[in-house]
Design a protein around this ligand. Structure first.
Ligand code: 6R9
Length: 674
């Protein structure tokens, strides 16, 4: 039985008193939560309408949920007029938060004592000013207006949220492309959305190195004919940049001509107008441009900031994601700003210059909420507790993780070591498509008792289910597909759901199980109603006809004392169809050996069953992961099958090309040795 399953069948966490005492959180039984949740669904439209009316609308919506002529496309609050940039900035400036800090930004470089060289604090007023200036430049210098499209290829510097908000202010549709992406990936996205302007930077710092971003952008521009202009932010002050006369401009130079008091009126947008398009990879084909709107999306973020993060004026919110992914869009940029919160934004690598960087940031600014990923946790776990313990974390009151299932041992580490048993620790389930959190512990609503590794219960107003392929609900304890039964604010938005490809939107999400939103994840609902998302249904192995989730197997491996991280992929087998092969990295203090490999096989045999015993176990120093924490399974499969790297770079579109190549070469050497 795996680490995960033990917990599903096991007990609640026994000690929660400290959480109640220190955080003013009140625990409720799942039954009470489920009753309250049911009420939100009984009065479903009314429920979302009330939340929507907590936001500021230029014109209040009369309509809540509206179907249009295209099946599965819904309009939320369609006759309302709104602008998320106004909500995030002007509202706060006008309502007493003018000089409250919106962002604490920390650059990566450190001085000789290990202290950060650059810290910037931007108040709401300063941020509002910067955004007005940026909007002005977009409008007057580049002639951009509502409905135009731009690409933003920036690292984790304040100009990234500034330009997102500046575009939103004018109703310009933007797509942010993660700064670790290759030129090809950038070009694909710019071409799909037909961007006319690209905003980028000269470079940025990552693990002590300078990445020359503009050079990469230049390569993409050769492939992106729609882009007419490039706006370059000087992050580093790099020499020898290729600036094309009449095409490329420096932001600081254009800013010189702008009066400091410039004000750009925010567009009064219809609720369903597109805010952004964010590309995400599916199992096949080119990345899908998921569309999100101004109105519904803002309502979901407002609700989730309250329920999941229990956000208060005095909080210091620290989300360790990159803004290039949806987590950063929703929970570094729009969510916290809509609530008028103070957020921390960190430029660089979490283990630079030392593995205590994240904890030093928590200590330096007194972070109260930490939103992080299991991958980061497991990486830091491997390096030992001392890095955590030497830093003050007493300000933390809520911890959540996101991006992948969290194995109970990583959960326990967050709960016991990082949060000292004071903080509720959750695993918030959602995806690029949902716009915001859908399943989570809700310290700001009603907090159900904790179970290590669960996603807990669906949020109010969110109707999720675990079903078989016909859409029938599964019994508790039985694995099925995670689906969403009703539309929700923040869902892929009008008019197409997927930018320029309505058919694909229907096919990928609504046709698999007719009429239900298909998430692509496996999940189990336990006897208390808690949901456990097990991983992608498309990464499942079929060994001798038995279905085995790679995650379940990995979790079993990780529950062995020697294992830090594990990845399992399927390898073709003549008799059994496919067999699992495991890639394992070890905790410090353990070293690889044939004996250990046998021991791990025995462990799986015992803990999971003979069927799942890997045919081989390879010891690697690190698993190849995308920046958002997903294991690059295709890379591992290619390695096993001795296939060349080929066009892996386009398949694994969440990682930087150098990282993929490096991982491929490193692991191929490592597996040859073992
Ligand atoms: C926000 C984000 C979505 C996929 C999703 C699922 C996995 C995310 C999870 C989780 C288990 C959690 N996932 N959070 N699985 N527990 N708390 O990650 O969006 O990059 O689109 O990925 O991530 O498999 O389907 P995205």
């Amino acid at each position: 039985m795996s680490d995960q399953e033990t917990t599903i069948l096991g007990e609640f966490l026994p000690y929660e008193e400290k959480i109640g005492e220190s955080g003013n959180f009140i625990f409720v039984d799942a039954k009470e939560y489920i009753d309250a949740h049911k009420k939100t669904l009984d009065n479903y439209e009314k429920f979302w309408e009330e939340l929507a009316l907590e936001l500021y609308w230029f014109r209040k919506p009369q309509k809540v949920l509206e179907s249009v002529e295209k099946p599965y496309i819904y309009k939320w609050f369609s006759d309302g007029l709104i602008n998320v940039s106004y909500l995030a900035l002007d509202r706060n400036v006008k309502s007493g938060r003018k000089n409250k800090i919106a962002y604490i930004w920390e650059g990566e470089p450190v001085d000789k004592d290990g202290n950060p060289k650059e810290i910037k604090k931007l108040t709401y007023y300063e941020l509002w000013r910067e955004v007005n200036k940026a909007s002005y430049i977009l409008k007057s210098k580049f002639g951009l207006k509502k409905g135009d499209k731009i690409g933003i290829y920036l690292p984790m510097i304040p100009e990234l949220p500034i330009f997102m908000l500046a575009a939103a202010r004018l109703g310009i549709i933007f797509t942010v492309v993660f700064a670790g992406f290759t030129a090809e990936n950038l070009a694909t996205r710019l071409n799909d959305i037909k961007a006319t302007l690209l905003i980028t930077a000269d470079g940025f710092y990552r693990r002590g190195k300078i990445i020359r971003l503009k050079d990469i952008a230049d390569k993409a521009l050769e492939l992106s004919p729609s882009v007419k202009n490039v706006l370059v932010v000087r992050r580093i002050g790099l020499e020898n940049l290729n600036m094309v006369e009449g095409r490329d401009y420096f932001f600081d130079e254009l800013s010189k001509g702008v009066s400091p008091g410039v004000y750009v009126e925010p567009e009064k947008l219809e609720s369903n107008e597109t805010l952004y398009v964010l590309y995400t990879s599916g199992t096949t084909g080119k990345p899908k441009g998921i569309m999100h709107d101004h109105g519904g999306y803002s309502v979901l973020l407002h609700a989730t900031m309250k329920w999941v993060f229990d956000i208060k004026d005095e909080d210091i919110h620290f989300c360790t994601a990159d803004i290039g992914w949806v987590t950063g869009h929703s929970y570094i940029v729009f969510g916290p700003l809509i609530e008028g919160a103070t957020s921390i934004m960190y430029e660089g690598a979490p283990d630079y210059p030392q593995p205590d960087r994240i904890w030093s940031i928590v200590e330096r600014y007194g972070a109260t909420i930490l939103y992080t990923s299991p991958t980061l946790v497991r990486m830091l776990m491997k390096l030992g507790e001392d890095w955590v313990k030497k830093r003050d974390r007493s300000t933390l009151r809520i911890i959540h993780s996101v991006g992948e299932p969290i194995n109970p041992s990583a959960w326990r580490w967050l709960y016991e070591v990082v949060g000292e048993k004071r903080c509720p620790v959750g695993s918030t389930w959602w995806m690029t498509e949902t716009g915001g959190i859908m399943i989570s512990h809700t310290p700001g609503f009603k907090l159900v008792h904790l179970k290590p590794g669960t996603n807990a219960l669906p949020l109010p107003g969110v109707d999720v289910d675990v079903v078989d392929e016909k859409g029938n609900s599964m019994e508790p304890g039985k694995k099925g597909f995670l689906v969403i039964r009703r539309p929700w604010p923040g869902m892929p938005s009008w008019p197409d759901g997927i930018w320029g490809d309505y058919q694909r939107y229907v096919q990928v999400y609504w046709d698999k199980i007719k009429g239900l939103f298909f998430t692509g994840d496996w999940a189990i609902r336990d006897q208390d109603g808690y949901i456990w998302v097990l991983g992608r249904a498309d990464e499942v192995l079929k060994v001798a006809g038995h279905r085995i989730g790679t995650y379940e197997l990995e979790s079993t491996l990780v529950s062995h004392k020697a294992v830090a991280e594990a990845a399992v992929v399927g390898y073709p087998d003549e008799v059994k169809g496919e067999v699992p092969v495991a890639f394992v990295s070890l905790k410090s203090g353990f070293s690889s050996s044939a004996e250990l490999a046998e021991e791990l096989k025995g462990w799986i045999r015992r803990e999971f069953g003979p069927i799942a015993v890997p045919s081989q176990i390879f010891f690697v120093s690190r698993l190849p992961k995308t920046r958002s924490g997903k294991i690059m399974r295709r890379l591992l499969r290619a390695l096993l099958e001795d296939k060349p790297l080929g066009d892996m770079t386009t398949l694994e579109d969440e990682a930087a090309v150098e990282e993929i190549k490096e991982a491929y070469e490193r692991i191929s050497k490592e597996i040859k040795r073992s």
